[in-house]
Design a binder for this molecule. Structure first.
Ligand SMILES: [Zn+2]
Length: 131
């Protein structure tokens, strides 16, 4: 199935498919070969996905999301309870690690979906097009 021209691609659907670790075009094929390794092409529709260059953007987004969640909860807990430093460390460090690991793949998938939808880095049919 040939990919639609960039102007007809839905950014919302592509991002949502990416967040679900699915091909941004068909929404059925797997987007990742491994945890954060994007598959070169979709196993279902054959869309080339090797153009992705998410690079450091997914970690920035993940850090922002996790930071807002953890710091907000920490401030609420600090204002409401008198926990020891050990209790704080036992809660916030594992929560930070778990949230970060849980969000990295969906966030990267969403970024790749957006790159595909707006035709960045060759997703639009030309290697020269950068968005
Ligand atoms: Zn596909």
């Amino acid at each position: 199935m040939p990919s639609p021209p960039v102007q007809f691609r839905s950014k919302g659907d592509a991002i949502l498919n990416g967040v679900k670790s699915r091909c941004p075009q068909c929404g059925e094929g797997a987007l990742f070969d491994a945890w954060l390794k994007v598959t070169p092409e979709c196993g279902r529709c054959g869309e080339e996905l090797h153009h992705e260059r998410a690079q450091d953007f997914p970690p920035y987004i993940t850090i922002t999301i996790v930071g807002h969640i953890v710091v907000t909860l920490l401030m609420i807990a600090e204002a409401s309870y008198e926990w020891s430093m050990g209790t704080h460390l036992m809660i916030w460090i594992p929560l930070t690690v778990i949230l970060t690991l849980a969000l990295m793949q969906p966030v990267k998938g969403g970024v790749v979906g957006l790159q595909w939808a707006i035709g960045m880095f060759g997703f639009g049919g030309s290697e020269e097009q950068v968005g």
